[in-house]
Design a protein around this ligand. Structure first.
Ligand code: FAQ
Length: 311
């Protein structure tokens, strides 16, 4: 009966066990996971666009091979995540339709342009760095399929973060023009990267419930602080500065203090008014339409196999 189901669910969450697709779960738990996992999946595939912009202009064969591998990994992450969402009873078509019609979100960060080659480095270092900081705790998420998907995703993100760091280091130690290009990219990507962690805790509508369900293990502000603390010594090693005059070590807190984030910009980007929102969605819809023949052919082939099997 319903109350026994609810008690079993609560006990499993309390004992840090995983909830699996066939287990009973509260409808709101299922809906919140679909929301977060779909948003995460959409971010991975929309996130292919800013970097793929530079594949044809990578400065060497080695850089091009690395960048192609990274962008392909992102497609793979999208696929694991759509599969994880499907275990909750939604179809991929439905999720893509919601992305294309603007009814589901993707990360704010992918609405910023990649103006120079150094942006590929800044995305790897900062955007993948922020993604890892946020996603390592998700490996312990209470929902089994999502938690397991995160393990492999995080391993791949670590390689992405290192490639970005190494790319920026090469530029930073290069000619004065290359150094300036690296600094400019970091200046533009720093603040949007901090926004990736979501609104401040007191404005985060889902955090309390998601933490009670152990979907989220840390609050948005906790993870943002962790990321800032990780980045400061890395920026120093890179020979680059972070564009925040208020950034300084706070002995008492044992953390870095940092300046105020422009939340107006964040909410504005979420509303669709970032520099690239329209371009990203238009490109995504076009890619989907242009891929229709592949889906049709796969479905026709599957139907034929099915008929052959029956014969
Ligand atoms: N962008 O109540 P909260 C990557 C929305 S990494 C857009 O705090 P929650 C790898 C939020 O959905 C990027 N929207 O929400 C990569 C909610 O609106 P809703 C993807 C945001 O869920 C690297 C409202 O604001 N990573 O793709 C953002 O508890 C390089 C209130 O917020 C993930 O998705 C934002 N930044 O916490 C790929 C990680 N922040 O849904 C390519 C999984 C918040 O009610 C290249 N997700 N909102 O309409 C999470 O951990 C969480 O969902 C948070 C937000 C932490 C993002």
């Amino acid at each position: 009966d319903a109350s026994a189901h609810a008690a079993a669910f609560d006990a499993a969450v309390a004992a840090d066990e995983r909830i699996e697709p066939r287990d009973w779960m509260p409808e709101a738990y299922r809906a919140s996971l679909v929301r977060q996992i779909a948003q995460h999946a959409h971010s991975e595939i929309i996130g292919m666009q800013p970097e793929s912009n530079w594949i044809t202009r990578a400065p060497s064969l080695r850089r091009k091979a690395i960048l192609m591998a990274k962008v392909q990994d992102e497609a793979g992450h999208g696929l694991y995540l759509y599969s994880a969402a499907e275990t909750l009873g939604v179809s991929r078509d439905e999720l893509l339709d919601k992305l294309h019609s603007g009814r589901q979100k993707y990360s704010s960060i992918f609405n910023y342009p990649t103006l120079t080659w150094a942006d590929v480095g800044a995305i790897g270092w900062l955007v993948d760095g922020a993604a890892i900081t946020n996603q390592v705790p998700l490996c312990r998420c209470s929902y089994g399929p999502y938690a397991r998907a995160m393990v492999r995703v995080c391993k791949e993100e670590s390689f992405h973060q290192r490639q970005g760091y190494e790319l920026l280091l090469a530029l930073s130690q290069g000619t004065p023009e290359q150094h300036a290009m690296a600094q400019d990219a970091v200046d533009r990507w720093w603040w949007p990267s901090l926004m990736m962690f979501g609104p401040p805790d007191d404005e985060s509508s889902h955090s309390a419930q998601s933490m009670a369900w152990k979907i989220k293990r840390h609050s948005n502000d906790e993870l943002r602080q962790r990321f800032v603390d990780i980045c400061v010594p890395q920026a120093e090693a890179l020979g680059l500065t972070l564009p925040d005059p208020d950034l300084r070590w706070n002995e008492e807190r044992g953390h870095h203090d940092f300046g105020a984030i422009d939340w107006t910009e964040f909410w504005d980007v979420l509303k669709g008014n970032g520099p690239c929102n329209e371009q990203r969605l238009t490109q995504r819809r076009r890619a989907h339409e242009e891929g229709a023949w592949v889906r049709d052919a796969a479905a026709a082939y599957a139907a034929k196999q099915h008929t052959n099997g029956e014969a």
